[in-house]
Design a protein around this ligand. Structure first.
Ligand code: NAD
Length: 496
């Protein structure tokens, strides 16, 4: 049985709170260990140590910071199996999916290794006589990172690597469902030479989050989770004078045109809808089929493949889809399916019927056809292996439907026609768009972020948007006049 403490100032710390929570293996329902739940005193201790570490880290040359990040990157590769193992155990992802997600996190760490170049700033000579102007991007101070269960390594890496590279110190509060990956990442960062106190991991739940959101020494909050939590986090952090970015939930559509290559589209949709049991913020959960024939073909080809999905624990070689995260979440997803059946669409594949010989929280793939926009299975994020097909008669009808949805994280169009693809990119009101790419998660040196109810932020995650979020701009105007006298000026200086 494991015991999960915090990592504060480089030390394994039990904390002052007597409260713990069980960490469960969702493939078996068994308790893996007990995690400390931080209280306000623990938050105060972590923030105080992060604050103490800040001046020296902020003053460390970016190239020297990058050297440590390069070593951290290498250590992540060296410990890929260990990281994948704890993710599979506490989340239920297959080993391949776990490794893929760690690699996408390390991708952003690689971007962060190039921080000297990203922080270069701007310089203009002679903006006035003997006057030069230049800009600096300086770190904010202590940053709180609050992350969800569904990417236990990737999202902590997305946030912390850029924040640290920019010269900030971080208190990371990972999901209470699966804390091991964040703890291991922090240990590897210390091994790479990251000074104590620069990356702290505070385990906990709501009390720890509230402690960070209200603490006067926390200058910024980067949050990822459900939309309801994201709104709360944004409002509370703003009320306490912090810079905040809060990324929320999603309902991602795939618009399939009649000219799409149906076989490769079916493969793409299958992986994007059911990979990681649909527990991805960029999962495709709605297919919008243009024309009856397109819809019929998709249903005919998707159905047998969904029925054939291999469901099982990550220890089971060949399992394509693992369990849902908790018993409660399984019950919630099943309740959506029950409600969907009542609302009248056709349940073409009923994943509730496939039995898996385990005590884990398994549900096989479900497929609804003839879904309409008023149904709860269309409106709400289900976050499970449930795909809805909506039939429309034209491209315009599909575009309008997608643009009306309150979530706008990712979207994809499947077509062979460049005109439709180009028009779609320009007119779709969604933050991340794929053309024949089902999960258009931007690479580390571009930036991630949806629109509408999927984001409560002015800046996206990672890439240059991340650098802008984790730094503040300072612009310097300097005069070196070699002794020549300017005289008194009472008017605002202007350029001659
Ligand atoms: P969640 O909102 O339940 O939890 C996220 C974090 O907030 C956790 O660390 C948790 O401890 C904390 N938290 C939860 N409830 C809280 C409360 N009432 N007050 C204060 N803190 C609270 O999210 P989750 O279930 O862990 O993650 C799944 C959600 O995250 C999905 O909605 C998914 O779409 C979303 N997500 C979004 C993105 C994105 O980039 N937009 C990426 C991944 C996941």
């Amino acid at each position: 049985m494991r015991t999960y403490h915090h990592i504060i100032n480089g030390q394994d710390v039990k904390g002052s709170s007597p409260h713990t929570i069980a960490v469960i293996n969702p493939s078996t329902g068994e308790t893996v260990g007990y995690m400390s739940l931080a209280d306000q005193a623990d938050v105060n201790a972590a923030v105080a140590d992060a604050k103490a570490a800040f001046p020296s880290w902020a003053d460390t040359p970016p190239a020297a910071r990058a050297k440590i990040l390069f070593r951290w990157r290498q250590l992540i590769d060296d410990h890929m199996d260990d990281l994948a193992h704890v993710i599979s155990e506490e989340h239920g992802k297959s080993k391949a999916e776990a490794i893929g997600s760690i690699s996408r996190g390390a991708d952003v760490l690689e971007f962060a290794c190039g921080i000297p170049s990203a922080l270069k700033g701007e310089f203009s000579a002679n903006v006035g006589r003997q006057v030069d102007s230049y800009s600096l991007r300086q770190p904010l101070g202590v940053v709180g990172a609050i992350t969800p269960f569904n990417f236990p390594a990737m999202i902590p890496l997305w946030i912390s690597s850029v924040a640290i590279a920019c010269g900030n110190t971080v208190v990371l509060k990972p999901s209470e469902r699966n804390p091991s990956a964040a703890l291991l990442l922090a240990k590897l960062a210390l091994k790479a030479g990251l000074p104590e106190g620069v990356l702290n991991v505070l385990n906990g739940a709501k009390e720890a989050v509230n402690g960070l959101l209200t603490h006067p020494d926390v200058k910024a909050i980067s949050f990822v989770g459900q939309t309801s939590t994201a709104k709360y986090v944004q409002q509370t952090a703003i009320a306490h004078g912090k810079r905040v970015q809060a990324f929320g939930g999603a309902k991602n559509h795939a618009l399939v045109m009649p000219d799409a290559d149906i076989e490769s589209t079916v493969d793409a949709i299958l992986g994007a809808a059911y990979g990681s049991a649909g527990e991805r913020c960029m999962a495709i959960s709605v297919v919008v089929a243009v024309g009856e024939q397109t819809a019929d073909l998709l249903i005919a080809q998707l159905s047998p493949k969904i029925k054939d999905l291999k469901i099982g624990a990550p220890t089971n070689e060949g399992a394509e889809m693992g369990p849902l995260i908790t018993q409660d979440h399984l019950a919630k997803v099943k309740a959506y399916i029950d409600q969907g059946v009542k609302e009248g669409p056709t349940l073409v594949v009923d994943g509730r019927l496939q039995k898996v010989s385990s005590e884990g929280y398994f549900l096989s793939g479900c497929l609804f056809d003839k879904v309409t926009s008023n149904m709860s299975i269309y409106q709400d994020e289900i976050f499970g292996p449930v795909l809805c097909v909506v039939r429309v008669t034209s491209y315009e009808e599909g575009l309008t439907l997608i643009n009306k949805h309150p979530y706008a994280n990712g979207v994809a169009i499947f077509t062979r026609d460049g005109d439709s693809a180009r028009d779609f990119c320009h007119r779709i009101d969604v933050g991340m768009v794929g053309i024949n790419v089902p999960i258009p998660v931007p690479v580390g040196f571009h930036s991630f972020g949806g629109w509408k109810n999927s984001i409560f932020a002015d800046h996206g995650m990672h890439g240059m948007e991340g650098v802008r979020f984790f730094t503040q701009l300072k612009t310097i105007t300097s005069r070196w006049s070699s002794g020549s006298r300017q005289g008194v000026e009472f008017s605002l200086p202007t350029v001659e």
